[in-house]
Design a protein around this ligand. Structure first.
Ligand SMILES: [Zn+2]
Length: 422
């Protein structure tokens, strides 16, 4: 199934995917989703926030809160083939497997594709799921602006949608009784083909504006310059040092320079900091220290914040038990429940951090997901991770073995079959 998507939005130069929300590539992927739903006779809905839902509704109980699985199809800039699409393709294949086995769900089973999960275009991640749950203000969403200066409202209108409809959608949300997202693991925390998520680290994005004065690069003496690039450069180094100090993660991954000429001292540098850590306190402290560093010339604005998500323990255990039922007992031999303390503080993302749940590895992750947004909104949610042998993600080199992807589908089908019993 992923082969069918291999050419959509792929950059010939980098080999990576550029599937910005509502770009032609994204629209093509959404069309693919519609076709896959249609081929399976699933009912397709697009909700008011552009999320796509494909429903398999049992005749006897079509309106019970459903069991929903899926992920997203958009990508980061120059992303890989698996982050997002693996969860959507696996969801459709799990439906196929259940049908092959003659399973009749007692509750509706839904496959979802959330809009704009990565936030590559407008800077805010999980826009579709956050709007759905009411975590993102629709006025703010409509005003989000991409690098071309187009607002989300304009972009949606051009794609034939109604931006006025954006906003919390309790009716759609009530249809989600439980959500399970399958995703490629984005580090190297998993030594078995499939694991379950334990928690999502708290994380946020901050915009740093460094102010200065534009001037001629050839005629302005060094002493006379007010060059914001220097403050930015110091901030990048300070972010790295602060992250090390706090045993957290901090990344300046996007920067915009005005006026952006090679022969001009910049007037302004805008850069985006992504910061994450095992607890909120250390992330907040890290950002506060950076903001205080160059206080006179920098403005810092928080553009998004996601609190820590600890996935529901009883659901996780149930999911893990279903996964375990699909795994060869021999393969499980290596993963007894580990002592979580043994890993040491802040080392929880190493392989040593896995604590067993029904003998299936439970891993924390530094990556945000729609499942986290739904969990925060009170929807019982869980995640399955498929092993990533190199740990590389958000890169064209992102990779998972076919055998592991297949194990993921089989595990997901077992989880859905269990949860679909009313
Ligand atoms: Zn993803």
């Amino acid at each position: 199934m992923l082969d069918a998507l291999a050419d959509i939005g792929r950059s010939a130069r980098t080999g990576g995917y550029r599937r910005d929300a509502w770009s032609p590539a994204d629209l093509e992927l959404r069309e693919w989703f519609r076709q896959e739903a249609g081929r399976r006779g699933l009912d397709l809905d697009e909700d008011r926030n552009g999320n796509l839902w494909a429903w398999w509704r049992p005749l006897r109980s079509p309106n019970l809160p459903g069991v929903v699985t899926g992920s997203h199809l958009d990508s980061v800039r120059d992303g890989g083939a698996f982050d997002g699409p693996l969860g959507v393709a696996s969801a459709f294949l799990a439906v196929d497997l259940l049908r092959e086995r003659g399973v009749e769900p007692e509750r509706p089973l839904g496959v979802v594709c959330f809009s704009d999960e990565e936030g590559a275009r407008f800077g805010v991640p999980c826009v579709g799921s956050r709007l759905l749950t009411g975590a993102l203000d629709p006025d703010r969403a409509r005003r989000l602006t991409d690098d071309e200066g187009d607002t989300l409202a304009e972009v949606l209108e051009r794609a034939g949608r109604r931006p006025g409809d954006l906003g919390a959608d309790p009716e759609t949300l009530a249809g989600v009784g439980v959500f399970v997202e399958l995703h490629i693991e984005q580090g190297r925390a998993l030594s078995e083909p499939v694991g379950v998520a334990e928690a999502i680290w708290p994380h946020g994005r901050w915009r740093f504006d460094f102010h200065g004065e534009a001037n001629h690069a050839g005629t302005t003496a060094l002493a006379d310059r007010d060059d914001p690039m220097l403050a930015y450069a110091r901030a990048v180094l300070a972010a790295r040092a602060a992250a090390e100090r706090h045993d957290a993660l901090a990344t300046f991954g996007k920067v915009r320079v005005e006026p952006g000429s090679a022969n001009a001292v910049p007037s302004r540098v805008t850069a985006w900091l992504d910061a994450r850590g095992a607890d909120e306190e250390r992330v907040r402290r890290l950002v506060a220290e950076l903001a205080a560093d160059g206080a006179e010339a920098v403005e810092v604005a928080c553009e998004s914040w996601t609190p820590e998500v600890v996935f529901d323990r009883s659901l996780r255990d149930r999911v893990a038990a279903a996964v375990a039922s699909t795994v060869d007992a021999a393969a499980l031999g290596s993963t007894g429940p580990a002592d979580p303390e043994a890993a040491g503080p802040g080392r929880s993302m190493s392989t040593a951090g896995c604590s067993g749940s029904a003998g299936v590895a439970a891993v924390p992750t530094g990556a945000g997901h729609d499942a986290g947004v739904l969990a925060v909104a009170g929807v019982p949610s869980a995640m399955l991770f498929v092993r990533n042998p190199t740990g590389v993600s958000h890169s064209p080199r992102e990779f998972a073995e076919s055998a592991d992807c297949h194990a993921g589908v089989v595990a997901l089908a077992a989880v859905l079959e269990d949860l679909c019993r009313a």
